[in-house]
Write a protein that binds this ligand. Structure first.
Ligand code: NOJ
Ligand code: MG
Length: 599
């Protein structure tokens, strides 16, 4: 049996502060805006709130490039605002979690400035700096390790041979010239304004632990831990076979070779999170199956980690244009296999979207369906998806705007796009000869701006997000999709989310919905997504007819009670249950309490 933790029965919510609520009219969401909306979140049923980064930052990657870990960026507010947020959250029994971005910092961080002044000094060792030589590349030198090194070597535009040919996540080589030096280079696996921190250096690690403990002592409940799998590099630096015409290879190649991250993560936990009983959620991709207990088992490195199986499905090493579109059956397969891998080893964190992903409703409801649906069916489908992911085993997360069914942003030109990942994808696709029309459609499907447009509070100016000009355009559908209208409509997506959080909290069902086992149901039926949650005393069935067409489905036992129906409030009659079968209209989804076998 898994050890019970204080956060297991909670509901979590991600805020992207820049786009949540602006109180000073500068078009940028801020901490006072979050404080103002705490009662809204409480009413929605949220307990834990994660804030994407609000530390001082040049915002080259929207705050994932931190120039001072100990201060709040003035665009978001002040340290007093942050302290007020912690106090106000506490009053409401809510927990605040910040983003912990420690794979890299900003090139405007003091450490990096000092490293530039003296690459061989103390701060030079906080980063991966190398003094390089000029030479020629691409020499064929046989099949030895040295031969491969020489064969795949790449150089900077001015002829320096780079230590390795890895491609950064945002495009181009991971090596960049150290400002102020002709022959020194630094490593950045993300943007060039995000130099990687050298975790091999114990002094750097001490600085990180000091900072984490400083925040936890302030009353923070914990952290969402950014890009953490990247802190361990495969050293010494080496080249791999290139996977694109740029002569570079994906970072994933290096990550699968990097060994020994556990020593860093164990130390991190023991020095910071464990003594504070902090809650942590890891952004972990590509963990090895046998490592799951180390990562999220009892006393694992993290409390929980996100399930990204659905998010990464269909991605292609070639680029966004080549990504496959996920079908309901694929979605179910991802969801169920993640559940089966983790079983009761620990708790996954379940999402349908975040600030790096397209909107869940635009991705997981087949595109053709969503476009062709009338308004009522669209709502039913959105609530179907919500119900399915929310009640699988694990911690449910709601990303801001998800609770009102916000959708992807339609684009007319690359000029409208802010996201650096989308801009890089654009260059890659255009370089491959993909038409600008097709490239734009691929960005519409995959880009990070989809989730970053301002929260749609009202049908008024800028969707009620700001009195000024929003930093990123508001999705033009805000007159149809906004909280104000949904709060008043019992059939809305928002009201459905509120019912879901209430059901998860209900003392009659909590134990089963939180700790009950997960069992697939009708897992071979096309466009059915269904599963059972079972405890000693109760069996709950989540059953979704995940398609437009009506159908009748068998039930595994008699129904004691309908706990949730995604057609509530829409004037639909109660679901028709007869002779062990239930008739379901398109996308109708039910949560049912079943009779126990002995009844
Ligand atoms: C993952 C974050 O979620 C993403 O937004 C960011 O660009 C990278 N890590 C780099 O910090
Ligand atoms: Mg503001």
């Amino acid at each position: 049996m898994m050890k019970k933790k204080w956060w297991h029965d909670k509901t979590a919510y991600q805020i992207y502060p820049k786009s949540f609520f602006d109180t000073d009219g500068d078009g940028i969401g801020d901490l006072p805006g979050i404080i103002e909306k705490l009662d809204y979140l409480k009413d929605l049923g949220v307990d834990i709130v994660w804030l994407s980064p609000i530390y001082r930052s040049p915002l080259a990657d929207q705050g994932y490039d931190i120039s001072d870990y100990y201060s709040i960026d003035p665009r978001f507010g002040t340290m007093e605002d942050m302290e007020r947020l912690l106090a106000e959250a506490k009053k409401r029994n809510m927990y605040v979690v910040m983003d912990l971005v420690v794979n890299h910092c900003s090139d405007e961080h003091e450490w990096f400035r000092k490293a530039c002044e003296d690459p061989e000094g103390e701060y030079g060792k906080f980063f991966y700096l190398r003094k390089l030589k000029k030479g020629s590349c691409g020499v064929q030198a046989g099949d030895s390790a040295e031969g491969r090194q020489a064969q795949y070597a790449v150089s900077s535009p001015d002829g320096y041979i780079l230590p390795c040919n890895w491609r950064s996540y945002f495009g181009g080589p991971v090596w960049e010239k150290l400002p102020g030096h002709g022959d020194w280079f630094y490593l950045h696996v993300f943007h060039r304004k995000q130099p990687d921190l050298n975790w091999e250096n114990p002094k750097l690690r001490e600085e990180i632990y000091r900072m984490i403990n400083w925040w936890l002592d302030k009353g923070l409940a914990g952290f969402r831990i950014d890009a953490i799998i990247n802190i361990k590099k495969a050293l010494p630096f080496r080249n791999y076979a290139p996977d694109r015409a740029d002569g570079l290879c994906s970072i994933h190649r290096m990550l699968s070779d990097a060994e020994g991250i556990g020593a860093f993560l164990g130390e991190l936990r023991d020095r910071t999170f464990a003594p504070h009983n902090a809650f942590t959620v890891g952004e972990v991709f590509n963990e090895k199956e046998e490592e799951l207990p180390d990562f999220i088992g009892d006393d694992g490195y993290f409390s929980t980690m996100f399930d990204f199986a659905e998010a990464v499905w269909g991605s292609s090493p070639e680029g966004w244009h080549a990504a496959a579109q996920i079908t309901p059956d694929d979605y179910r397969a991802c969801l169920f296999s993640a559940q089966e891998r983790v079983r009761d080893i620990g708790f996954l964190s379940n999402i349908i979207e975040n600030h790096d992903e397209p909107r869940g409703v635009s991705r997981y409801i087949p595109e053709a369906d969503l476009r062709g649906m009338d308004a009522a069916l669209r709502l039913t489908a959105k609530k179907a998806l919500a119900t399915i992911y929310f009640f699988v085993r694990g911690l449910p997360w709601i990303y801001q705007g998800q609770e009102i069914g916000m959708e992807n942003l339609p684009l007319h030109s690359i000029e409208e796009v802010d996201d650096i990942a989308s801009r890089n994808a654009w260059e890659v696709m255009r370089g491959l000869g993909i038409s600008s029309e097709d490239a734009l459609r691929a960005i519409e499907r995959n880009g990070r701006d989809n989730a970053r447009t301002p929260f749609q509070w009202t049908a008024g100016h800028a969707a009620g997000f700001t009195t000024g000009t929003p930093w990123l355009q508001v999705n033009p559908n805000y007159r149809q999709i906004n909280l104000e209208q949904q709060a008043a409509d019992p059939a809305s997506v928002f009201r459905h989310y509120r019912r879901m959080t209430a059901l998860r909290r209900d003392p009659l069902y909590r134990e089963t919905l939180v700790y009950g086992s997960f069992e697939p149901y009708l897992a071979d039926d096309h466009n059915v997504i269904a599963y059972l949650r079972r405890s000693q005393t109760l069996t709950i069935l989540v059953l979704s007819n995940y398609q437009r067409e009506d159908r009748t489905l068998p039930l595994p036992a008699d129904v004691r009670k309908v706990l949730l129906d995604n057609c509530t409030g829409s004037g639909s009659p109660a679901p028709l249950i007869q002779d062990g079968r239930v008739a379901l209209t398109g996308y109708r989804t039910l949560v049912l309490e079943l009779a126990q076998k002995s009844e």
